[in-house]
Design a protein around this ligand. Structure first.
Ligand SMILES: Nc1nc2c(ncn2[C@@H]2O[C@H](COP(=O)(O)OP(=O)(O)O)[C@@H](O)[C@H]2O)c(=O)[nH]1
Ligand SMILES: [Mg+2]
Length: 237
């Protein structure tokens, strides 16, 4: 059982001034509308309706926060989250590139997304979800380039990998690695960007994604009061 299974809805915000002021790490999920972001979050968190997955894309124009820790699986939904026990947040960003969002609303969200990923200190990494059949669209590249200057990691999920056959998947992964390795810092060192194939439908890549997210959030470190001799054994997946 992953710690991500403890995720529960925390808050939804429309303005950056309303971002939670907790000093815990958060990881944000970004991607084009319809890329499979909600489906991926639900699967990773083992909950059917945590994030809103829909056939009508573009509906979730808010930033949704899900807390990890401070609650327990099986706890009643209405029980209060113990905010002092929250260990991390998963952040569901509004999907970008939805054609029917009007000009000014689109602009508002693009700007908000850009400022959030560039300025947010608590943000430790980005999970960028791209359809494996058409990754690195202009808006994905824009997101990559907004975030690159922070020097923080991006873990890419090439989603809906079940739509590709074996050789297409291999090629998609290889190509994505090539694109990502072209991003370097001022000294020419590669940025901490990684990528994997992911299929929510077939649950392919689920363990790898889960492990990456937990590692990026620093959730694998033993709890503070744990006896030192008990470390070393990792819990079963
Ligand atoms: N074949 C396939 N379809 C998927 C997968 N993940 C999501 N989808 C479908 O893609 C559509 C958009 O998914 P959703 O999670 O709502 O995308 P979001 O807009 O990025 O949150 C839905 O119809 C999903 O059922 C996947 O792994 N494989
Ligand atoms: Mg969604």
């Amino acid at each position: 059982m992953s710690l991500l299974w403890q995720a529960r809805f925390f808050t939804t915000i429309d303005h950056l001034r309303d971002l939670p002021s907790f000093d815990v790490p958060e990881i944000a999920f970004a991607g084009r509308s319809n890329a499979g972001k909600s489906t991926a979050i639900n699967l990773l968190c083992n909950q059917k309706k945590l994030a809103f997955a829909s056939k009508t894309p573009g509906r979730t124009q808010h930033i949704n926060y899900f807390s990890l820790g401070g609650s327990h699986v099986g706890q009643h939904r209405k029980d209060a989250t113990r905010v002092d026990e929250i260990r991390a947040f998963l952040v569901d960003l509004p999907g970008y590139g939805y054609a029917e969002v009007s000009g000014s609303a689109k602009h508002h969200w693009q700007e908000l997304l850009g400022r959030y990923v560039q300025m947010r200190d608590q943000l430790v990494a980005l999970v960028l979800i791209m359809d494996a059949r058409r990754p690195f669209t202009d808006l994905d590249v824009e997101m990559l380039e907004w975030f690159a200057p922070t020097g923080k990691p991006i873990h890419c999920l090439l989603s809906k990998a079940d739509k590709l056959n074996r050789s297409e998947s291999t090629n998609a992964l290889r190509l994505a690695r090539t694109v990502l390795s072209s991003y370097v810092d001022e000294s020419g060192a590669p940025l901490p960007f990684s990528v994997q194939l992911f299929s929510a439908l077939k649950r392919d890549g689920l363990e790898e994604a889960d492990a990456s997210i937990r590692a990026l959030l620093g959730l694998d470190a033993p709890a503070e009061d744990a006896a030192p001799e008990e470390s070393g054994d990792s819990p079963a997946e």
